[in-house]
Design a protein around this ligand. Structure first.
Ligand code: 13P
Length: 334
């Protein structure tokens, strides 16, 4: 393992105003997104959509990386240039989602475990040859009233994340470690902070056990935020303060960067929260974004699957990238 190289890739992704576009929706997830705009989900419509994102002019200062799905990493732009190469030429690092999704955890009703460790060493070698510089694995933690999450579910997910991260570093690929505490549900922000704290503590203990080098990884956490069905929604400042307090207590300063998921927040909220966190002052790590829905939802509704809307959709995408780039610096003004 070349630690200096891992560290330099991890830092390059979040340098300056940069963050990540998460465009790694699995087949069923992208179908859901296309269903919402009444677009048929085919290999070609998925390719075309990703091409619209990846060829948008002017996003280079704001995107350090793009997370791809297996199918997308093997697809190319209209001129035959593989997407990974097309992005790399623009100085945007290609990454790859390597987990195979969250499945029901046996004997734990209502909880999930992310699978995909079998054969991962071999898959990582192939992904590296296809140009991937970093990877992503998402563990899912749900909060609900009946004693969920359980300690055993958190431990199982943390262990899988750590095994994945170790395999990535062995292969010279920067792991993005994503333990997502879901914002579905009616819990308040206090409960979210308590669960997120517990999850991060266990995740970093497992990462350490598996000898993962913190400098050569990025953390992709949820923000500390009230559940969507909670009657008391927290304000922007409260979310920013609770999230930074939680991360500063539980994330080692050696980690190369924090790249938040948006998790179902509106595009505007995700940008405002990121900005408020960066306005709180200097943090031990760069605090940036790795948004899926918060970058793409406005693009999809503008595009609607129609060629005549491509220019407008790309304008929308550039704008969201630029605003999140400003939020990374604490310079976004709604
Ligand atoms: P969202 O920003 O839509 O939560 O997606 C980020 C992601 O990569 C989830 O795994």
């Amino acid at each position: 393992m070349n630690i200096d190289e891992l560290k330099s890739v991890a830092s390059a992704i979040v340098t300056g105003q940069k963050g990540i576009l998460a465009a790694d929706e699995s087949g069923p997830t992208i179908k859901k997104r296309f269903d919402a705009i009444k677009l048929e989900c085919s290999e070609e419509s998925r390719r075309r959509y990703r091409e619209i994102l990846f060829t948008t002019e002017g996003v280079e200062p704001y995107l350090g990386g793009v997370i791809l799905y297996d199918e997308t990493l093997r697809q190319s732009g209209a001129d035959g240039t593989p997407f990974a190469e097309l992005l790399a030429r623009r100085g945007i690092l290609p990454g790859i989602k390597v987990d195979s999704g969250a499945k029901l955890l046996a004997l734990h009703a209502g909880e999930k475990i992310t699978e995909g460790l079998d054969g991962l060493r071999e898959r990582l070698q192939e992904y590296q040859q296809l140009g991937a510089k970093f990877a992503k694995w998402r563990g899912v933690i749900e909060i609900s009233e009946q004693g969920i999450p359980t300690l055993s579910a958190i431990q199982a997910n943390a262990h899988a994340l750590a095994r994945y991260a170790a395999l990535c570093q062995e292969a010279g690929i920067v792991p993005i470690v994503e333990p997502e505490v879901l914002m579905d549900g009616s819990h308040d922000i206090v409960r979210c902070e308590a669960v997120t704290s517990q999850v991060l503590e266990i995740v970093f203990a497992e990462l350490d056990n598996q000898r993962v080098v913190f400098e050569g990884m990025l953390l992709k956490p949820n923000m500390v935020i009230a559940g969507m069905k909670c009657p008391q929604q927290a304000g922007v400042q409260q979310v920013a303060e609770a999230t930074m307090r939680c991360l500063e207590r539980h994330v080692p300063p050696a980690v190369s960067g924090i790249v938040f998921l948006s998790g179902g927040q509106s595009a505007q909220d995700a940008t405002a929260h990121l900005n408020a966190m960066n306005l709180l002052g200097a943090h031990p790590w760069p605090v940036s974004f790795s948004y899926g829905r918060a970058l793409q939802a406005p693009v999809l509704t503008t595009w609607k699957g129609q060629e005549q809307n491509v220019a407008e959709a790309q304008k929308t995408f550039l704008r969201r990238c630029r605003l999140n780039g400003l939020a990374h610096l604490g310079q976004y003004d709604s």
